[in-house]
Design a protein around this ligand. Sequence first.
Ligand code: SF4
Ligand code: SF4
Ligand code: SF4
Length: 379
Amino acid sequence: MPERFNWQIGRPMAYPYDGPQPERQVAYVFDTNKCIECQTCTVACKTCWTSGKGQETIFWNNVETKPYGGYPLEWDTRLLDQLGPAEWKGKRLASRTIFEQATGKDSDKQPPFGHRPAVEDYAAPNVGEDDITGLVEKGGHFAGVHPIWMFYLARICNHCDNPACLAACPRRAIYKRVEDGIVLVDQERCRGYQECVRACPYKKVFFNVVSRISEKCIGCFPRVENGEVALCVQSCIGKIRMHGFLTTRGEPREDNPLDYIVRIRRLALPLYPQYGTGPNVYYIPPIHVPTRFLEQLFGPGVEQSRRLYRGLAGDRRLLGCLLLFGATDRMITRFDVQGEVAIGWNDAGEEIARVPITEPSWVRDHYDEKYDAYRHNTT
Ligand code: SF4
Ligand code: SF4
Ligand code: SF4
């Protein structure tokens, strides 16, 4: 089986498909500290891309409550139970990825290790996650399944470097685009065998029970080709998301916001890097959640990332980069912090975002003579 270097696990690993490396890789950063689980992203994606027959319980974008929530049900804990906890020696993964699980004769012909959820596991996203104990007027209160701490995890397809869905497909109906690394299912070639559904450790390929073929997040490729961010990114109320490209050929660039946050500063981390797929949605970990839990989710960089996040006030370049989240509906491919402003440019070199580092504020007079009104300053 061919080998390729996986920077997220700090070592080479076996991967059964020897495809070309993309010219650049579409990528996302999600700041979990800012997500309010409003589901605006979910609805934006759903109304645009998956409102057809057989798509009633398909959500290419979903947001779930951790530690116990999940869509489809127990998508991650089932696989973790079978694989066991990830073991790291420093930044190097010592345990096996999903591509390395099979051993013995013909192990290189085995599909990636995985499981296929049942149809009903997709039926009720979020139900039971944040419910209160009953009617408020009868004394119901929020005491539920998340004592002490919880956080919201927004999830889309990771457009992985080493997609398990692609490696598993016996029809070669899944492909990774060379121009931007977006992973797509060819709807003409797919025969609905669902090997991709089984193999994707993030459960981000879905089987449409009416059309009888598989489908997944298309990375909003018509928008990306037009220089626009994905719908789930543009619509994000909390401005928790940034969408851009990672440099794949050559060194990471200081002036590329995605390279800077992910590769250079390592503030944002991949989800379950131990699976080995090289996911390209990167998360800024929540600062209030126990490290031991987060290290199983995001790997060994959690403490360093949280130190950076807590020190943002004195780290103006990184802070300026984060302030560009949600500042424009177009893709920023170059940024800089100049004096008191963060500036973003697109591929054509046009300035598309300009954000002050310190939000200006005004203190109004308590009494407005003109309108004979009293005002209260709330910030
Ligand atoms: S729109 Fe943004 S803040 Fe709201 S749930 Fe989605 S990711 Fe979270
Ligand atoms: S997240 Fe799953 S569906 Fe998306 S590219 Fe990776 S393996 Fe494929
Ligand atoms: S990138 Fe586009 S298709 Fe994918 S989850 Fe976001 S809105 Fe949906």
